[in-house]
Design a protein around this ligand. Structure first.
Ligand code: SAM
Length: 211
C-alpha cells in the first residue's frame, strides 16, 4: 500500500476517537459493550483504504466489524470512507496485528479476514507474513470455536505458503478456490487491491479455514 505523508492524520485521529479507538487494550473482552449490542465481531487485518469493510458492514448490518490497519496515513482514508457511509457497525484500530492477543479476549472474535496481505517474499521476512505461525497462534486464541480465517490474495507465492502454513498448524481448509471471481459469489465484496489486480487479469485466490 502506497503511503503518503499526511500531516493532518494526527489531528484526524484525535478528532475521531469514537471510530479509531486510541486505547484498544482497555476494551479486551468488552468490544460488544462499545458496539452496544451482542452481535458477532468480525475483524479485518490490514484494512487498507476501507472498501471491503464498508461494503461488508452494509451487506451484514447485524455483524460488528473492526478494521485493523498499521499505517496511519492509510487508516485515515478508510476512516473517512466509514464516516461517509454512515455505518455504525464499524470500528477501526491503528495497530499492528501482533498486538491482537492483548486487544481481544479468547474466543471474542467470530471471523478474521486477511485481504491481499503484504507478501514479504524474502525468507528473512517470513515472520512478518500475516499467515506465519505466530499470527496463527493468536488467531486460534481469539477466534470462537466456529470461527474462520478467510484469506484472499492474487499473490500465488503467498497463497501457496499460507496453505502450507495453515496445514502445518493443523487447520482445516474448508474451501480453496483458485479463481474466486469465476464463482460469482454475490456476497464477495471486492477490496481496492482486488479491483486493481483482477482488472489486470490476475486470478484471485481465496481460502476459508478453521481451527
Ligand atoms: N486489504 C487492502 C486491500 O486488499 O486493498 C490493503 C492491502 S495492502 C497490500 C496491505 C495492508 O496491510 C497495508 O495497508 C498495510 O499497512 C497493512 N498491514 C501490513 N502488516 C500489518 C500488520 N502487521 N498489522 C496491521 N496492518 C498491517
Amino acid at each position: 500500500m502506497r503511503q503518503r505523508n499526511k500531516p493532518w492524520a494526527d489531528d484526524f485521529l484525535k478528532d475521531n476517537q469514537h471510530l479509531i479507538i486510541p486505547n484498544p487494550k482497555d476494551y479486551k473482552g468488552k468490544w460488544n459493550e462499545l458496539f452496544n449490542n451482542n452481535n458477532p465481531i468480525h475483524i479485518e487485518i490490514g484494512t487498507g483504504k476501507g472498501q471491503f469493510i464498508v461494503g461488508m458492514a452494509k451487506q451484514f448490518p447485524n455483524i460488528n466489524f473492526i478494521g485493523i490497519e498499521l499505517a496511519k496515513s492509510v487508516i485515515v482514508t478508510a476512516a473517512q470512507k466509514v464516516l461517509d457511509s454512515g455505518q455504525s457497525n464499524i470500528l477501526m484500530l491503528n495497530e499492528n496485528a501482533m498486538e491482537l492477543g492483548d486487544i481481544f479476549e479468547n474466543e471474542e472474535v467470530a471471523n478474521i479476514y486477511l485481504n491481499f496481505s503484504d507478501p514479504w517474499p524474502k525468507n528473512r521476512h517470513e515472520k512478518r507474513r500475516l499467515t506465519f505461525h505466530t499470527f496463527l497462534d493468536t488467531y486460534r486464541k481469539i477466534l470462537n470455536k466456529d470461527g474462520q480465517v478467510i484469506f484472499k490474495t492474487d499473490n500465488r507465492g503467498l497463497f501457496e505458503y499460507s496453505l502450507v502454513s495453515f496445514s502445518k498448524f493443523g487447520m482445516t481448509l474448508e474451501e480453496v478456490t483458485l479463481n474466486l471471481h469465476a464463482l460469482e459469489d454475490p456476497e464477495n465484496v471486492m477490496t481496492e487491491y482486488e479491483e486493481k489486480f483482477s482488472a489486470k487479469g490476475n486470478p484471485i485466490y481465496r481460502c476459508k479455514t478453521s481451527f
